[in-house]
Design a protein around this ligand. Sequence first.
Ligand code: SAM
Length: 497
Amino acid sequence: MTDIQLPDASFTMALVANLRAGLPNFGGIVDQHGHPAPALRQLGLVHWENGRFDTAVQTFAAALSLVPDDPNLWRDLAGVYSASGRDEEALTAIRKSLAIDPLNAHSWQILASVGDRLDDVETAEDAYRRTIALNPNAPAAHLGLGLLQFRKKHYEEALGSVRASIALDPVNGVAHFALGHLSFIANDFAGCARAFDEAVRLTIPLDPLTRQKRARALTFQAMIDGRVEQALHDYDGIAGEDREDLDIIARDAFSVLSASGNLEAAAEVGRLRLAEKPDDPVRRYLLDAVLGRSMTAAPPDYIETYFDHFAPQFDNKLTETLQYNAPRQMAERVVKHRTGFRHMLDLGCGTGLAAAELQPLGASLTGVDISAGMLAEAKRRGGYTELVKAEAVTYLETASNQFDLIFAADSLIYFGDLAPLMHAAAGALEPGGLFALSIELAAGDGFVLQPSGRFAHSLDHVQAAATDFVILETFESNIRLEAGRPVPGLYVLLERC
Ligand SMILES: C[S@@+](CC[C@H](N)C(=O)[O-])C[C@H]1O[C@@H](n2cnc3c(N)ncnc32)[C@H](O)[C@@H]1O
């Protein structure tokens, strides 16, 4: 922590002498002991107000050399340091103030802002919360906390904090701007457009990406209101010079509307999109999923087309936006039971996110995937002994007794009935081999095709399908975010009998 040197007595006395000579009412601004610290404080505030930050710092420091236990002076010093961009010193000063008076909400607010600017998230979050505990009516603290939670992708909490801030201070345009973005994530499209409009009214300009989001929000809301074709027709006019390709708008409308449970509107968009390209396997399958048509697995031509297209953005989308880290969570569980594998299989290896986790656990690692685009990314990443383009069950059926670990992170979600795959996996494993897998959790006892196009399974279904296995361990954890909300998942570790 940066230390702060207070001036010695001779400097302070010289300053006080100057002050006494220059201020006719000097006698009126000393404390009850006749100390001139209050006079110095006032002088410091005047310097600060007039932008003479260095002189203000010297003056507050001189006052502190007389009364080093004055929390207000330390807070003033922190304030002026902060105003002049010297955040490390501001942090030290405000901590000193709080050590003397820990019940001052204003001081916690300063600590929070300084911590926030220094990217010290833990300090900032704790200080915002303490500010609010001491003064629940502090709009800046609610807003600061909301923006911090926004950055941490804790969207629901962020929304609550930003709303609390607006309730206390309805004319802060920045808060409405943040509310617009958070409302979009929460699928409140009408609220999103309203908040952006309010931000503009409060003189916060919208950047091009935000203007695009506003146009999307208005379009999606019109679709939810039952005007799908009209909304697509009106889009260009609403977006003006910020307009995006209408095909991308329709594609994203479909996925946003289905993920947010607006299935009627999503189905209508899906029908229009399929009518444009009746042979497109992705459009057909996803419409089937939204319409709740029953299926036992996602068709291979859908998987291939979808993931070939998605491959270049996959890592960034999954790890950054969707907070996906199943490979690490699964590998940590495997290690608890066994390492030193002879031959490991990453089933549905995708871009190879699991490679770095699996490599240390065994001698050789095969990756299998149906998508050439995903395999190309996995090859670029490295870490596999071999990469094979094949359909998972077909591959397993040809790999008798070859593996002692099969690792399937987020790939069984493309199978409905798991029995054929489990059976084939048992054949590909040597006795005693492990099968680590993740699923999205379904209520009930079977499996269900979700509007997202992914299947969810119950533990009962896994148990019923895994006739050649014993369950070593299961644990529940969120798999990823979907429309800003966590998707509940289950990790299962099986041992081949
Ligand atoms: C969501 S990604 C997960 C990729 C990787 N396991 C990970 O954790 O990042 C699902 C992968 O499974 C593959 N996949 C889905 N169904 C498959 C099948 N029947 N046969 C082979 N690969 C399949 C997809 O191509 C895709 O790469």
